[in-house]
Design a protein around this ligand. Structure first.
Ligand SMILES: Nc1nc2c(ncn2[C@@H]2O[C@H](COP(=O)(O)OP(=O)(O)OP(=O)(O)O)[C@@H](O)[C@H]2O)c(=O)[nH]1
Ligand SMILES: [Mg+2]
Length: 92
């Protein structure tokens, strides 16, 4: 299996979480407060498999609101090492 990580980037309410939900069927806003406020607070994860190609696309969704910028930045540390990893079977 080849893992392809993709991170979102964009201002608040630009549709990052909605796009991932349409593509994967997974709502990355899992916290009750995220649902009640209608915005991402923490990073979230989803995936989309392409079994015949042996590919799993992994999505990392981040908050766009400036109040949660620390959580947004934290995904860089989780994603960039995976992008640099030479082993294609490495997951997040
Ligand atoms: N009309 C329209 N509304 C959209 C579209 N994409 C998202 N929305 C709406 O815009 C609102 C915000 O969408 P989100 O997907 O939560 O936006 P986000 O970029 O994840 O926002 P944050 O996580 O808070 O940064 C929701 O009410 C969505 O239903 C779109 O393409 N068209
Ligand atoms: Mg969001």
């Amino acid at each position: 299996m080849i893992y392809v990580p993709i991170g979102t980037a964009g201002h608040v309410d630009h549709g990052k979480t909605s796009l991932i939900k349409v593509l994967t069927g997974i709502d990355t806003d899992r916290l009750p407060e995220e649902k009640s406020r209608g915005m991402s607070i923490d990073i979230g994860f989803a995936f989309l498999d392409f079994p015949e190609e042996g590919i799993r696309v992994e999505f990392i969704d981040v908050p766009g609101h400036e109040s949660f910028i620390k959580n947004t930045i934290s995904y860089c540390g989780k994603t960039l090492p995976c992008l640099r990893k030479p082993n294609p079977s490495a997951s997040l």
